[in-house]
Design a protein around this ligand. Structure first.
Ligand code: HEM
Length: 441
């Protein structure tokens, strides 16, 4: 594992990232069970209450949960300094996000203005605690490398996504204000799925691909040029008032996203560690989905072409499903199986420092999540991806796709809970080991 340039001096206690990483698959499972309950209707249009509810159980409940938990861990590793007051901020952000996602989902499904107000309050409080603390830390870092450069743009896109989300929710909470919120939903979706998500994945990949796969570093000009182009294209798109301005701006956005997919794939294929690793397949699924999603976005925004295989209302759902599940969830499900064992190993190693006998207690990372478990995760995930794509063309099999999704997130939850249990067992064994310094031996 390549750890050069990383600092582990100021990392938060394990419970900080772990509470987010274990809560996330619970929401993934909830999204699947909800789609199982809703049935075929949720696969027919992006505007059904089922589709809107499941979208936020996945985007806020799973993706934002993993990303925020990872940022609490990654920022101190990349910069040597943790996000301010992490020990106090993290539990509140976790609680607000968890309750806020449930409130927003209930509000979207029952179209309940009162519940929208609750969701605004809870999610508003969670992000009001997290975003300023993150921005404060990112603003005080000098330079910070290509990862921090992309993460800064991701943080700015998150701010726009959340601001738009709250604006949409206000429109729903107070219909008497007659806010034309629906005409802003696409802007919210563009900043969320084609800004915040890919920009953060770029920033993280610049670090974890060389780190876990001994791959070459990303070319710095591309590593900065691509996220900057994505961000500026989104700013211009948000201000484009006529169609003939939309085409060049969306073309720039899509060209930058395709350039990232091609660059990341080349870095991955040039890795030095060639042993079979399910994580490589998760990356390939993610980058292939990003490519397809980008092409369908370009077709739908820059050309009159219609994707004939799908019903009229299916095209936006396809782009959304490819970006949310194919790209973001694939990358995160794969990453969690690497990051959680690595963090457990790191914290046990630190705990055993000064106790040579306790070193025996430290498990290898593949003892925490075995290669066999990771391979089964990959198989379940591939089935879920295929199930979702088929369900978009034939909503009648929507419940089968939801079942495959439930198995995918259920298996991930199982792996993470077993790893956390193993950490507990080993940590108490290390604790029980006598301290040679104290006993003078
Ligand atoms: C504070 C957080 C958020 C709030 C309050 C919020 C609120 C909303 C609301 C009310 C809608 C429906 C708008 C309508 O009916 O036209 C919506 C749509 C959507 N939101 Fe969010 N959102 C938030 C965060 C996010 C995040 C972080 C993502 C993705 C990373 C996201 C992705 C989406 C998508 C994809 C849709 C469109 C669904 C569709 O068209 O099928 N949202 N959001």
């Amino acid at each position: 594992m390549k750890l050069t340039g990383l600092s582990f001096d100021d990392i938060p206690p394990l419970h900080v990232p772990l509470r987010f990483h274990i809560t996330a698959p619970v929401f993934g499972l909830l999204a699947a069970l909800f789609l199982l309950w809703e049935g075929p209707e949720a696969w027919m249009s992006r505007w059904t209450t089922g589709s809107l509810g499941a979208t936020h159980l996945l985007t806020l409940g799973f993706m934002a949960m993993v990303m925020i938990g990872s940022l609490f861990q990654l920022v101190p590793v990349l910069t040597g300094r943790s996000i301010p007051a992490t020990k106090w901020v993290a539990p509140w952000v976790h609680l607000g996000l968890t309750c806020g996602v449930i409130a927003l989902t209930v509000a979207l499904v029952r179209v309940d203005p009162g519940m929208f107000i609750t969701a605004i309050a809870l999610l508003g409080a969670a992000f009001a605690a997290f975003v300023p603390a993150l921005v404060w830390r990112l603003a005080r870092i000098r330079g910070g490398g290509d990862s921090i450069f992309a993460i800064r743009l991701a943080a700015a896109s998150l701010l726009v996504t959340i601001g738009m989300g709250v604006f949409l929710a206000v429109g729903r909470a107070w219909p008497e204000l007659e806010i034309p919120f629906r005409s802003w939903t696409d802007t919210h979706v563009l900043w969320a799925l084609f800004g915040w998500v890919p920009l953060l994945v770029m920033g993280v990949s610049y670090q974890v691909m060389p780190m876990f796969h001994v791959a070459p570093a990303f070319d710095s000009r591309l590593a900065r040029g691509i996220p900057l182009t994505v961000f500026l294209s989104l700013v211009l798109l948000a201000h484009a008032r006529s169609d003939h301005l939309v085409t060049p701006f969306v073309t720039c956005l899509c060209a930058a996203l395709l350039a990232y997919a091609a660059t990341a794939l080349r870095v991955l294929e040039n890795r030095r560690r060639k042993r079979a690793d399910p994580m490589i397949s998760f990356w390939r699924i993610a980058l292939a989905s990003l490519t397809l999603a980008t092409v369908t976005l370009w077709l739908s925004m820059a050309t009159p072409v219609r994707i004939t295989l799908l019903p009229e209302s299916g095209a936006p759902l396809l782009t959304g499903a490819l970006m949310i599940f194919g790209f973001a969830c694939s990358m995160m499900i794969g990453m969690l199986q690497k990051i959680v064992p690595f963090l457990i190993f790191l914290h046990l190693q630190r705990q055993a420092l000064g106790k040579p006998a306790a070193m025996m207690q430290i498990p290898a990372t593949n003892e925490l999540i075995s290669d066999r478990a990771a391979l089964w995760q990959l198989r379940l995930h591939l089935c879920a991806c295929v199930g979702i794509l088929v369900a978009l063309a034939w909503p009648t099999i929507g419940r089968l796709a939801a079942l495959l999704l439930a198995l995918d997130f259920g298996w991930l939850l199982r792996s993470l809970i077993l790893a956390a249990g193993e950490y507990r067992r080993r940590a108490s064994a290390i604790e029980a080991e006598p301290d040679p310094m104290a006993s003078g031996t």
